[in-house]
Design a protein around this ligand. Structure first.
Ligand code: BG6
Ligand code: MG
Length: 214
């Protein structure tokens, strides 16, 4: 069985369903602005995509000043924070803690590679910080996914060579980032979402270490 020295997890949509809250916050902004925006579009274009790139998609070519763009990103972030502030450890995927404990008991390091600047808030609300040896988030790097940087940075936090890391992602841009970082990639979601994943599982819930390494 393949055994990595570190497993690097994306957060939103992998360990918890915050991807739905990101969608709802963007939808709220789109409704404010009279822009049509569906769940399907979110899945196809915004999943795992950074805040600015998400706004650019959402505006669909509308001419909006830099000041207005900043205001819109801040507004979306307020809506998102209003949605997440009630989160509790109940919103960790089923079996998530057991999986993280199993990984560490096997002598494998755990790290987070998230594009989100809200990553630490979510990890704290879920009481997950203590299960990770390293955390890389939206403040760690300049170039977001699909650039490899946040995964490379996360590997550095646990001092494991990228070639010995397994990356876990629910977004295709994230899988591209993992492969560009020279890591093995596990996709979480429907098979057709991913171009380059080495393995795909429909969900990380109720999975054991052996299931993700097989
Ligand atoms: C990713 C989410 O983890 O972070 C995206 O999947 C989000 O939906 C991105 O846009 C940036 O997050 P934030 O919290 O910094 O706006
Ligand atoms: Mg994600």
């Amino acid at each position: 069985m393949y055994k990595p020295q570190a497993i690097i997890f994306d957060l939103d949509g992998v360990l918890t369903d915050t991807s739905e809250y990101h969608y709802q916050a963007w939808k709220h902004l789109a409704d404010d602005e009279g822009i049509s925006f569906t769940h399907e579009e979110n899945d196809a274009h915004l999943r795992g995509v950074g805040r600015r790139e998400s706004l650019t998609y959402l505006l669909k070519g509308r001419a909006v000043s830099a000041t207005q763009q900043t205001e819109m990103m801040e507004r979306k972030n307020r809506y998102y924070n209003d949605l997440i502030k009630q989160m509790t450890p109940n919103e960790i995927i089923d079996g998530g803690i057991q999986l993280l404990q199993e990984i560490r008991a096997a002598g494998i390091k755990t790290a987070i590679a998230s594009a989100s600047k809200n990553c630490m808030i979510v990890l704290e609300l879920l009481d997950l910080v203590r299960y990770f040896d390293g955390i890389a988030d939206g403040y760690s790097v300049v170039h977001g996914k699909p650039a490899p940087d946040v995964f490379v940075y996360a590997a550095g936090t646990v001092r494991v060579p990228v070639s010995a890391c397994l990356g876990v992602e629910d977004a295709d841009a994230g899988i591209e980032a993992i492969k560009a970082a020279g890591m093995i990639a596990l996709g979480i979601g429907p098979r057709e979402r991913f171009q380059q994943a080495d393995k795909v599982l429909p969900t990380l819930a109720r999975q054991h270490l052996q299931d993700i390494l097989d």
